[in-house]
Every structure is written in C-alpha cells, then in structure tokens.
Design a protein around this ligand. Structure first.
Ligand code: HAM
Length: 450
C-alpha cells in the first residue's frame, strides 16, 4: 500500500491566539482510498460467510446508555473501569461510545422481543468500537470489529460452530496459520468454589500485586488473572486454574465442545489461564492468535479475535434467562496480518478499460453526455473533464493503463464523429458518434475474448 507523508495543519485562533492543529485524534485513523481494498475484502468475506451460515446483519447505535456495559460487561472490568468514552448528553443522561457490541446486541434482543422469534437468533455485525487504551500497532481507540452472536442456544454445538466460523473467515482471508486458545470458565457456581481458592492464593502474594489488583482482589479475584501488568501476569501463571473446579454440567458441556471441534478437525490449545476481560462469560471462552506458536506474552493485544458463551448476559440486562455464544474479530489486526504476509486482495472497483478525452468547451459538453450513455450501458469509463490538453489526458490514460481512449475534439464534436485510439497499437479510427457506444462494446468484447 502506498504511503503519503502526514501533514499537520495549524492555525492561530484570532481572539485567543491559541494554536489549533487539525489532525486525527490519538488512536484514530483515516482509512485512505488505497487501503480500502483490504477493508472491502474483509467485509465482503464476512458478509458472504454470514450468509452461508444463515446469520442476519444487525446494526446497533454507536452510542448507548453507559449502563448497558456497566451491567453487561461488568463494573470492575478494564473496559468499563478505564477504557470507555463516557459523556453526558444535554438531557443529563450518561452515554458512552460502545466499547464492544455483544452487550448492545443483548440489549437489542430484549428491546425488540427477539425471544418470540424462532430460536436461536443468529446475528452478525460490522462496525466501530471505542476503547480509551494506549494506542500501538493493532491497538486503537477507534477500531472496527466484525462479530457473530447466537442467542437462544445452550448447545455446545453452537460454541464449536462459532469457533469454526471465525476460523473459516480468517482462512478465507488467507490467514491459515492460526492458534486457537480455548478454556472453560464454568458457571457462577463453579466459580464461587474457585474464587475462595484463588483469593487465598493471591492473599499470600498480596505484596507483589499492582495497585489495581490489590484493589480488585476482594471484589473479583478472577479479574487479576487478566491484568496486563507483567508482574501480575507472572503471578497469574502460577495461580490455581478454574478448569479443576468445573461442576458436572460445565465439565460435560466443555467435553462436548471439544468433541465437536475434534470432529470438525479444528486444532486447539487448551489454555487454563485464558479468562478474557469481560464479566459476561460463562463456560467456553476462546481467542484466536496469529501464527502457530501462540506466545502468551502480550497475547490479549495480539489476538485477532475472541469470544465465548454468555448464558447470563441477557438476564443481567433485564431479559429472561437466555443462553448465548459468539465472537468478534478486530479488522485492523487482521489487515496488519494480511499486509505482513503479503496476501493479495482483489481491487475494490474494476479498473476502467477506457478513457474519455475531450478538447474544448463544446466537446466537453458532448463528452459529458457520452459518458452518461456509456455508464448507462454498464461500461466503466475513466474521464478527465478537469483537464483541457490532450497530452495531459493521454498521460492519465497511460497511468491508468487503459486499452482505449475516446477522443472528442472540437472538429469531431462539430462533425458528429469520435476518434477511437487503441493504446497498444497507437492506431486511431474515426467513427460516427451515434455508433460510438456500439463500437466500444464490440471492441471490449473482442478484448475480453483475447
Ligand atoms: P474482545 O476480545 O474485547 O471481545 O475484542 C475482540 C477483538 O477485537 C480482539 O481480539 C481484537 O482483535 C479486537 N480489538 C479489541 N480491542 C482493540 C483495540 N483497542 N484496537 C484494535 N482492535 C481491538 C469482544 O469485544 C467481545 N464482544 C467478543 C464476543 C462476542 N464475545 C462474545 N461475543
């Protein structure tokens, strides 16, 4: 992808003499025309695969009541505690830019009475999320996710299918060496037994914890397993694991998920330390990391996607108990991988095979009409209406590598003719203006046949 050097513009405010510069806000990015093919490739692949698996698209608002995430994601998660863009609206409500979409979809499921539809409800989305985090490669304050959610299914087959869909999308994009990290964090019952053991473990290590973890220890010791501080990660690696505390139901559910994955020949790595940073998860949790080796260091940041089961989320937002499972992937991180691995992506729009050139005001008017005629016939034509000299228009034709140039000069415009120049041979032919569209179609067809 070509890169242009970024410019920073600054003006001095006349009244206050303050310097104001105009630049994208930290952690956000313009997606330039030359970057669009990668984005289109990802979005088109997601849409195609969603259709194949029978998922319908849902778009939820970018702004939500902050409580959707406080209650849905959890008050003492990093996302809610530190990373949300929260603001007051003029009516006094506390809103936020959505940091993720699963809680919004659970809110939408309740709000639109989806429980009365055929279950499970299978939804997918594409859209921007916002997290106030320290930006770096693959970590932005505004980033785009795609995600899939199955609401109303408790079956372990749905968990396995979610992992399968995520893998199939990434593989269709050309990312074949993936590392699937998998764990079960059980239900609240298994967790309450585990909590006591974990609390005792961390209390014995309290002096080595970061201030955040010290504070969170009593409220939710599980949160400590997910801390990004290096010293806390070292302690987390030695901590007792939840998988040893699963109740019979959760154990059976997880075993069934693994059996489905084995049947589907999906290779996974059991990772008893994977807890994920959102409180709504129950049972299966997973992440997909790039590359086969799957280093744990910095893994949360490098994950291409993550998800899991959330059997209590809808209830926690005021709905009836409804099981759910899903995942989302970060498009920026996927594109970084595509670029790094040199994956070829299809161009966003077809390349024009023809350029329409014109000379003089009278010819320009006629050329505008001819352009519309060609467009109406589905012929993709490049134009250069802002240029007047033939030389500069032919330069554009060269740059675009078009096969034909249609030239409407003053004389041709007056005589009702047009010149067709073959750019490969340099041969020019004068044809009747009324026959221009038919002639162009004939030549394009001939070129297609080779
Ligand atoms: P998450 O793990 O927080 O899960 O995010 C999913 C993916 O979004 C990450 O694996 C990563 O690729 C991308 N991502 C997260 N934060 C950033 C960031 N600051 N910059 C760039 N990319 C980022 C969720 O969001 C859950 N809603 C997933 C889910 C769906 N669980 C069940 N259903």
């Amino acid at each position: 992808m070509p890169r242009t050097k970024k410019q920073k513009t600054t003006i001095i405010e006349p009244k206050t003499h303050r310097r104001i510069s105009f630049q994208t806000i930290k952690g956000t990015k313009d997606i330039l025309p030359e970057e669009q093919p990668h984005w289109e490739f990802v979005r088109d692949t997601v849409k195609k695969i969603a259709q194949e698996y029978g998922f319908s698209r849902i778009d939820t608002p970018i702004i939500e009541d902050v409580n959707v995430f406080v209650r849905g994601v959890g008050r003492d998660t990093d996302i809610v505690e530190k990373e949300m863009f929260v603001f007051k609206d003029k009516g006094g409500g506390t809103l936020c830019l959505r940091p993720e979409n699963t809680a919004s979809i659970a809110r939408a499921y309740i709000e639109h009475g989806f429980a009365t539809r055929v279950q499970p409800v299978k939804l997918y989305y594409l859209g921007s999320m916002f997290r106030y985090d320290q930006p770096q490669a693959g970590r932005r304050r505004q980033f785009e996710q795609f995600g899939f959610e199955v609401l109303g299914s408790a079956s372990p087959a749905s968990d396995a299918q979610m992992i399968l869909i995520a893998v199939n999308i990434l593989k269709s994009l050309g990312l074949t060496d993936l590392n699937i990290q998998l764990n079960s964090i059980g239900c609240p019952d298994c967790r309450s037994a585990y909590r006591e053991t974990l609390l005792a473990y961390y209390q014995s290590q309290i002096s080595r914890l970061c201030p955040d973890c010290k504070r969170r220890l009593r409220a939710n010791p599980l949160r400590l397993l997910d801390c990004k501080e290096e010293k806390c990660q070292r302690l987390a690696n030695q901590a007792p694991v939840l998988i040893d505390f699963l109740c019979e139901g959760c154990h059976d559910h997880f075993k069934a998920v693994l059996e489905y994955l084995d049947k589907l020949e999906i290779v996974y790595n059991l990772n008893p330390r994977l807890v994920r940073g959102l409180d709504y998860y129950t049972n299966t949790v997973f992440e997909i990391w790039p590359g086969k080796s799957g280093r744990r260091e910095g893994a949360r940041q490098a994950a291409l996607g993550g998800g899991g089961r959330y059997n209590n989320l809808i209830e926690s937002l005021g709905g009836n108990p409804t099981p759910g499972v899903g995942f989302s992937c970060g498009i920026e991180r996927i594109i970084l991988q595509l670029v790094e691995r040199g994956v070829e992506v299809p161009p966003s729009s077809p390349k024009p095979a023809i350029l329409l050139a014109q000379l003089g005001e009278f010819a320009k008017r006629k050329a505008l009409v001819l352009f519309e005629e060609l467009r109406g016939e589905g012929i993709y034509v490049a134009e250069s209406f802002s240029r007047d000299s033939l030389k500069s228009q032919l330069k554009v034709a060269d740059r675009l590598k078009v096969k034909l140039v249609l030239i409407l000069g003053q004389r041709e415009a007056l005589e009702g003719t047009i010149l067709i120049r073959d750019m490969e041979t340099g041969i020019q032919e004068l044809v009747n203006r009324d026959k221009a569209v038919t002639e162009v179609k004939k030549r394009l067809e001939k070129m297609r046949r080779g």
